[in-house]
Design a protein around this ligand. Sequence first.
Ligand SMILES: [Zn+2]
Length: 279
Amino acid sequence: MKKLLLCTAMLLALSGCAASAPEAQPEVKNEPQPQAAASADKETIFQVSLLQGLTLGDYYGSVSVKELKEKGDTGIGTFEGVNGELIMLDGEVYRAKSDGSVEVAPDDETIPFSNVTFFDADTTEEISGISNINDLKEYLNGKVEEFGKNRFYMIRIDGSFKKVSARSELKQEEPYKTLADALSTDQREFDFDETTGTVVGLYCPEYMNDLNAVGWHFHFVSEDKQNGGHVLDLDIDNAELKWDNTDGFNMLLPETKMFPELDLTQDQSADIKKVETNE
Ligand SMILES: [Zn+2]
């Protein structure tokens, strides 16, 4: 079922937004939902803001880590001030810092941009010998052709890696620069050799070009939760690849001081490719 729900940003509207989905539970207005996770639609990608707002420099957080955990248990994103790369895995939210080390993010920290879902594996397969990120994307895109290219996929790749090349960045201070400008001086890159861990990946369909990055976006966290970041390249030794096919999309428009003034009509494709891939 196709759903495109655009909600305004009041945090109170979070539960209302999910509840307005056609197959959701009947809405009880103005009453807290004690089990938000239990009542949430598991086949929905929840997105905080637009990537195109983040890339213009709107690094103000609009959702707390605690609130994000009510919308999913697996995903990617960043923190207020782009203070590191966010990876959510098995219900925990981790920050990969600018030195490539990882810490658990506090519940009260806020998030300017993220995509999460409750991960239910629809398919599982073994993969091996995929030696770079372009080969991985080619392999995954072959599966997307098979599964259907017009919905969202969250994947996780658990296993051993000969190498993961990743990046994170220094926390930004106001006034915020564009993301391309910030990363041009404040991106830090690191290689993790012979490591085990998990890559979380998001696929956005082509029609998402104005709201996110089309195609694949990967974050990594090591099995011991010591290292991680936004994946620039990787060499997979042996791993288990799990797909979660999601056909719902739920986006929260943030109530930050910058958001109402942003010019979101401009095509940022080139900038987004640069900040996502270093190309
Ligand atoms: Zn990233």
